[in-house]
Design a binder for this molecule. Structure first.
Ligand SMILES: O=C(O)[C@H](O)[C@@H](O)[C@H](O)[C@H](O)COP(=O)(O)O
Length: 267
């Protein structure tokens, strides 16, 4: 199967965030034009949150019917709901609190002061995903029993760690090895905080488009490995493949180890 992988270079962190924001707005508009609603899976991390801030600053945001956008999270830190470490809280401050979302369409992963433990948080998100998938299936006149485990993800954003982790799936750990389940709890994360909840690669790869958004020289080696087709257990990013498209959106520093012939300059 030939995979549709596109690599695009941006001159700086800020241009990468602004361009990804523009792409996201356009993608949501296109999908809403076809289906009336759209679904995005958000990511934590510096570039992921900067992208949301750039959406909030874009006049084009006003063209999107945000009350008809479904928001999910690729991962979350298992900390109290009010912790500044929460991806959901950072996403709310950056964008969701400023654009008239339908709160019923914002699906957060459970916080450590809401559920007892990681297993409960993973079970809760699994149930949220399954319920949304059933609702979609029923609306398409299909029998709910045959619904998939997760709803349609029109675009799924991922950041990248220096160790090539995506979401909270870290090299050699149990999360990246998980199969047959959409959500896992992650203990002893090498990236603090140590306890997290994450979509699995199975769930991530149901997305129609996956956008891996990366900035900084410290990620260049991970980008090179991710694009080289390495084993996902050692290089989690290399396992991310959207159904229709996988885009690597890079700033110049993060792209330093990508062969020039693979690059498509964006500006
Ligand atoms: O919750 C998280 O920490 C993120 O989901 C994580 O996967 C992040 O996107 C990468 O670690 C990149 O983060 P930086 O861009 O901040 O390096």
């Amino acid at each position: 199967m030939t995979r549709n992988v596109r690599i695009t270079l941006h001159p700086s962190f800020d241009v990468l965030a602004a361009t990804t924001a523009a792409r996201l707005i356009t993608r949501l508009l296109d999908v809403q034009g076809e289906r009336g609603e759209a679904t995005v899976v958000l990511t934590g991390g510096s570039v992921g949150i900067a992208t949301l801030k750039a959406v909030a600053q874009s006049p084009a945001r006003l063209a999107v019917d945000w009350a008809k956008v479904n928001f999910w999270f690729g991962d979350e830190r298992f900390v109290p709901a009010a912790s500044p470490d929460r991806n959901a809280g950072q996403a709310a401050a950056a964008l969701l609190d400023h654009i008239g979302v339908d709160r019923a369409r914002v699906h957060e992963m459970a916080a450590s002061d809401v559920v007892a433990d990681l297993e409960a948080a993973a079970a809760d998100y699994t149930a949220q995903l399954a319920a949304a998938a059933r609702r979609e299936w029923e609306s398409d006149d299909d029998s709910p029993e045959s619904a998939p485990a997760v709803p349609r993800f029109d675009v799924l954003l991922l950041g990248l760690g220096p160790d090539a982790h995506i979401a909270s799936l870290f090299p050699e750990m149990s999360g990246i090895r998980s199969q047959g389940v959409p959500v896992v709890g992650v203990a002893n994360s090498p990236k603090p905080p140590p306890w997290r909840v994450s979509l699995t690669l199975d769930a991530i790869n149901t997305a129609l488009e996956i956008w891996i958004v990366v900035a900084g020289a410290d990620k260049a080696a991970a980008v090179g490995l991710g694009l080289a087709g390495a084993n996902p257990v050692q290089v989690p990013a290399s396992g991310a493949h959207g159904v229709n498209k996988t885009m690597w959106l890079l700033d110049q520093e993060a792209a330093a180890k990508v062969p020039e012939q693979l690059m498509r300059r964006d500006s």
